[in-house]
Structures are given as structure tokens and as C-alpha cells.
Design a protein around this ligand. Sequence first.
Ligand SMILES: NC(=O)c1ccc[n+]([C@@H]2O[C@H](COP(=O)([O-])OP(=O)(O)OC[C@H]3O[C@@H](n4cnc5c(N)ncnc54)[C@H](OP(=O)(O)O)[C@@H]3O)[C@@H](O)[C@H]2O)c1
Length: 279
Amino acid sequence: MKVLISGGKGLLAGNILPFLGERFDLAVYDIDEWDITSASRGKELMELHRPDVVLNLAAVTDVDGCEDRADLAQKVNAQGAGTVAGLCAAAAARLVHMSTDYVFDGTKGSPYREDDEPGPASVYGRTKLAGERMVFERLPGAAVVRAQWLYGKGGKSFVDTITELGRQHGRVRVVDDQRGSPTWARDLAEPIISIIEKGLSGIYHVSNSGSCTWFEFAKAIFSILNMDIEVSPISSGELGRKAIRPAFSVFDLTKLKGATGIRMRDWMDALREYLATGG
Ligand SMILES: NC(=O)c1ccc[n+]([C@@H]2O[C@H](COP(=O)([O-])OP(=O)(O)OC[C@H]3O[C@@H](n4cnc5c(N)ncnc54)[C@H](OP(=O)(O)O)[C@@H]3O)[C@@H](O)[C@H]2O)c1
């Protein structure tokens, strides 16, 4: 199968493409060669590669930055996603598109199912939700994979940032009122491969299993690394970031398990392996 990929230099791409490359014939692009907001460039690439599937990993992912650059976020995360879906529809290609837990408001209090009502509180979440909707409008058979709290080698992620801060200062303050599931980006490879190979459509929630707060995540990182760092819990209000994040965004993974048979491993097991192997 031939798979055309956008956003190919991002964090997720860097961690899953080696595995996808073992199963599929990949054509990989990032914004320098394929800006997903350009329908004409997209059409050229569709004609050049004639992909069976497009995997859209491209997005504006700076969650706080999106608050100041709402137009750009809308253009890429919403309209860009719609443009890619339109190209797939015209070329009879399938589409796997990425989305996020930030489409939820975080008030449910129990794990979110794919059919739970979204209610994004940030520009990033709103534009990603608009992207999902445009994708299904133009290509009802598309698959949307919602992910969360990704880390991995390359790119910017919490594990490396907090480790570096700990090394520099010996103590860190970390938010303790947001709960989710830290997920090694590499662990998305198997579900995405399965979704592509089985030709699945609809929304799928994918993350490592179990949950913690960012504070608990930081404690786990320093404990596994045997680093003696003072970790203090703070509230989101104290941190004062621009975008509002959901207080609780743990996923219900039942649909993924039913459709693919994949049981996502616990976030601590994934984290231990990531830190032991360097990704
Ligand atoms: N990271 C997470 O925790 C997380 C959680 C949930 C969902 N997701 C979703 O997973 C997907 C991949 O995220 P990621 O973490 O790999 O993000 P990332 O590291 O920011 O990668 C996204 C890539 O897309 C590129 N890009 C931006 N605008 C583009 C455009 N107009 N056309 C083509 N490419 C463009 C970016 O280039 P520049 O860097 O030059 O802008 C970057 O290389 C996204 O859909 C994201 O919303 C991520």
C-alpha cells in the first residue's frame, strides 16, 4: 500500500514512520514541500504518488501560540484538514487524520468515549474539532485518531523539557489539576498501521492506558531516572498559561480494542522503556 504523509518532520512522524515504513510504501512531506493549505500542491502530490491512503500529521500544535494566531490555527487545523480530505475524496484515496483530547472540556469525570459531546475550551481544540468535522463532511469514510500527551524522541515534549529543567534548577513546579494519559508517540504506530490495514473509518481514541496528572508524570520521570529533584504541585491558574486545557481528558480505549484487538500498554511501562532506551 502506498501512504502519502504530511507533517512528516513532526514529533509523531519521527516516532512512528520507521514502523510504518516496514509495512507501507511511504511518501513523506512537511510544510517546506507540502503546505496542506495548498489544494494545488496537494493535487500535484496526489497525482504524482497515487496513494491508497493519506496520513495527515500536519497541524499547528503550539497550544498557547494558537490563542494569538487563531487565523493560522483555523487555516491549517480546520481548513487544511478539509482540503486534504477533499483531495482524498476526489482521488478515491482513504484518509487517516490526527486529532486531540483537547476537543473535550474535561468536565466528564470518567474516560471519554468517541461519541461523547466535544466542548473545546481553547483555539487549538476548537480548530482541531472544526478540522474533524470538515474531514467527515468531505470524506465520510475517513478515520480520525485522537491522541493525547505525546512524548518521544525529536520534537518538543514534556519528558525532555522537565528533565532538562530538573537538571538545571534541582526543583520544578508542575501542574497537578490536569489528568490525562502520557503516551509514547511510538505506541501509536501499531494502532495507526492497524487502522490503515483494516480500512477502518470513524473516530478512534488512542493513548497509553492508565492516567496521572502532569505533577505525577514529572515525579515518575525523576524517579525512573534516579534524579533527586524537588517536584512541587501547582494549579493551572498559578502557571497562568494562555490556553485553557481540560482538567480531565482520559480516553476510553474500548472502541480501539474492539476494532483492532490492540490493548494499549500502561503509560508507566511505556515511559520506563522510553527512558531506558532513549526512544
Ligand atoms: N503532541 C501531542 O501531544 C499531540 C496530542 C494530541 C494530538 N496531536 C496531534 O497529532 C498530530 C501530530 O502532532 P505532533 O505532535 O507530531 O506535532 P508537531 O511536532 O508540531 O508536527 C506537526 C508538523 O506539521 C507541520 N506543519 C505545520 N503547519 C503545516 C502546514 N500548513 N502544512 C504542512 N505541515 C505543517 C509542522 O511544521 P512546523 O513545526 O514547521 O510548524 C510540523 O512539522 C497533530 O495533528 C496534532 O494535533 C498531538
